[in-house]
Design a protein around this ligand. Structure first.
Ligand code: FPP
Length: 249
């Protein structure tokens, strides 16, 4: 375990906002929704909303890292997003690839460990290569673990887990929850404690459905391009005001 970060600017702001730095969620998952609506409301093309969303993500990753959050997982492209018009799908793939390449140095310098979740073998080969490069370069980093869910579906992840359990020939009566959990895409990453969804929808949208069984949900009204440290701290404050019972009393 690395020592908690010093009282940097972000942690100072968090303390001022009433956050208990000793009770931060270890793992935050984010459904970055509302890019399209944000752009359309401004008379812009939807892809410009995604580009702005990329800028937000860059800041939020660094904020979470400075705050001392250990894991951040974001829904960058769902298995259902292929149903969007080809231009948007292509634009998103290119944007994610560009981000993976352009931000690698910054992430590495900030000790970020990059991971992915999803059926990555189905995304364009050049994106696969950029992602592999990011994972390899940062694999020994000890700071925040940043997981990009790409071509990700929670049900597909469970199907993939069942397939690998079956391939390994594990007898049915030996399969328990730990067996399933250990066959998910990133079994070493703890379950999210807090799931944030932006832009007001009250849905899980097939994101981390196994892992989020006990996580707290915070829905923000702001769209993802407008999300910032203040909104993040607000979600963390909501999280800290709740008492997690995990089915107990
Ligand atoms: C949902 O908004 C968002 C997405 C489908 C893509 C998320 C992608 C980014 C934030 C871009 C950058 C990502 C990386 C990893 C660099 P929506 O389009 O469904 O919004 P809407 O509901 O308003 O239409």
């Amino acid at each position: 375990m690395s020592a908690p970060p010093a009282l940097n600017e972000t942690r100072r702001k968090a303390t001022e906002a009433g956050i208990d730095l000793g009770g931060l969620p270890e793992h935050i998952a984010v459904i970055m929704d509302g890019n399209g609506r944000w752009a359309t409301a401004r008379g812009l093309q939807r892809l410009l909303g995604h580009r702005e969303g990329y800028r937000t993500l860059r800041t939020v990753l660094l904020d979470c890292s400075e705050l001392g959050v250990r894991y951040l997982t974001v829904y960058a492209f769902s298995a259902e997003n292929w149903r969007r018009p080809a231009t948007e799908v292509e634009g998103l793939m290119k944007l994610i690839e560009r981000a993976a390449r352009d931000e690698l140095r910054l992430m590495h310098r900030n000790n970020v460990r990059v991971r992915v979740a999803g059926r990555i073998d189905e995304v364009p080969p050049s994106l696969q290569e950029a992602l592999r490069d990011g994972i390899e370069t940062t694999r020994d980093n000890t700071g925040i673990t940043f997981t990009l869910a790409i071509n990700y579906g929670g049900r597909a992840e469970l199907v993939d887990a069942i397939r690998s359990i079956t391939r390994e020939g594990i007898p049915a009566d030996q399969i328990d929850e730990a067996t399933v959990a250990s066959h998910l895409y990133n079994p070493d990453i703890p379950d999210p404690d807090l799931m944030i969804r932006t832009a007001g929808e009250m849905r899980w949208s097939n994101f981390l459905i196994w892992q989020s069984a006990y996580c707290e949900l915070a829905v923000t009204q702001v769209a993802w391009p407008e999300f910032d440290l203040t909104v993040l701290l607000d979600a963390v404050r909501q999280f800290q005001a709740r008492r997690r019972k995990f089915g107990g009393l």
